[in-house]
Design a protein around this ligand. Sequence first.
Ligand code: MLZ
Length: 462
Amino acid sequence: FGQDATLAGFDWGSYLEKSGLLAAPVSCFRHAPLCVQWDDIYVGLKVEVLNTHTALPSKVYWIATVVQLAGYNALLRYEGFEDDDSHDLWCNLGTADVHPIGWCAVNSKLLVPPQEVHQHIKDWKSYLMKRLVGAHTLPVDFHVKMADSLRCPFRQGVRVEVVDRSQVSRTRLAVVDTVIGGRLRLLYEDGGLGPSGEVLSDFWCHMQSPLLHPVGWSVRVGHSIKVTDTSVNMSTHPAFRKVLQNSASNQFKKLRTVYMGDTFFEEGMKLEAIDPLNLGNICVASVRTVLLDGYIMVGIDGVEIGDGSDWFCYHASSHAILPVGYCEINDIPLTLPPGYDHATFTWTKYLEETGTVAAPRRLFNTDDVGHGFTSGMKLEAVDLMEPRLVCVATVRRCIGRLLLLHFDGWEPEFDQWVDCQSPEIYPVGWCEITGYQLQPPIGPEPPQGQEHKHTSKKAKPF
Ligand code: MLZ
């Protein structure tokens, strides 16, 4: 399964035009290449771009103006076409032959107008001079900065601890196999190889994922880790052929420090939490154990198996744990334990009945971070249940720092709540820049504004 958007004929430019929707700007994605520089990229910039409207055999360039932005993609209009939009072209600023004004002169490339422009503007040199007065262009180091921001400290053969997709309450040792755009393909050290050497169990996540840790993390914080089955031989796989190198903690995202003294989460406290196996559901949940360094294990009330194997580790600063009452205040349907009914459930009664207390509100990181996403914006987002897949997606709701993402063409059951600073969401055009495969929308898009169903999809481990 999994499709390639380019092969499927998917094109962001025409897709956005058809939907009439906007793409989330690059500046919304803190971890994305050029996020910080994106303030300098705006409609009206002039650039030098490959001229595709010429019969000349060699590469020549022409000036164009950015008339629209969609993530990394820019809609360009060649100078000289003025109000005529029929020759506009979408190009990805990160990959295309697009340069700051002056680049051709420095690199001895020719500026030649498109044939049509040549015909109706005879003296195009003085025309151009007039048009370029006061024009702004791309920063000179645009492509250098792009290349810099795509560097990744992880290499094939680096060892890490990562969530075990077959049992989410524990971690498991894994080795980096492939790195694409800062996303890591990880192979469990005892995941096994099939008869023809194929990998039986892998996991994908961004290098800044909260599911990824340096070797030694689990023991240090008191998280459970699978004992590696040493009878499994992976040595024929290229990722295991080198001398494996333990990851260093400076390769990982630094979490906000939380003070666990005085009052912190305590075993049994109630909260609302995103169900790790049904990321569209926010559920009634309990703190099961408190680990070190601000980590807690959370269980979903009423559906726990009972042996702790379905608990999930969240950091106290995680977007995925919310104070009691959060859903009600924000008009989000709260997923109740089986046997409870929306008509009669109240937190006050539930706490009383269960003889428990709510985790204090101030322990949660619900700060509004002012992210810039709005509902309807398009983006490229990881389907966290199949984390290899980066898909065409739409922001459906924005609540504080949470975004409800919809995967275009898929049923609402696949919708997922993510943090606005999640490293698993990317601007339109990110896949093209990094060479990651983009999953196009499947089938016809269901009509807009349809009733949002909340049937719970059968949980499956990732
Ligand atoms: N095997 C899965 C793929 C789902 C991918 C959805 N991505 C939004 C299924 O068909 O259920």
